[in-house]
Write a protein of this length. Structure first.
Length: 136
């Protein structure tokens, strides 16, 4: 998949998603939020994927919302945009969070819960998702 603000790749069971706006410290704008939704759906279709590692290009993981290019900046009534457009722009963050939360990483049937310190297993039927945060 080709994106402008993120990079995605897969190598067997390992997927990688890299936030790729290092000049803005990977701050999230509307395009990145839309692309993250698409990437979550793409990873969901990759049958071999067992884990997706999310990282940031450059010196920061993510600075949060890009205040210069915030989707909600276009959602204010005096923006001149239609009500429907403003409503859509205000929903980008929620849609991204929902898409990531609903990803189904297909774990092997006999997968053991993660043993990494700090990792927490969550179960959804036979799917297991491990989460481990490493900050430098």
């Amino acid at each position: 998949m080709n994106f402008k603000t993120i990079k995605v790749e897969i190598d067997g069971p390992l997927g990688r998603l890299t936030l790729n706006r290092p000049e803005r410290l990977n701050a999230m704008n509307a395009m990145m939020l839309r692309e993250l939704v698409e990437a979550a759906r793409w990873f969901d279709e990759q049958r071999e994927a067992r884990v997706v590692i999310v990282s940031g290009a450059g010196r920061a993981f993510c600075a949060g919302a890009d205040l210069k290019e915030s989707p909600t900046a276009e959602a204010v009534p005096d923006s001149g945009k239609s009500w429907l457009y403003r409503r859509e722009a205000a929903q980008y963050g929620r849609r991204m969070a929902d898409a990531v939360e609903q990803m189904r990483i297909r774990a092997p049937e006999r997968a053991d819960p993660p043993r990494t310190p700090g990792a927490q297993p969550w179960s959804r039927g036979r799917d297991r998702v491990g989460c481990h945060v490493h900050l430098r």
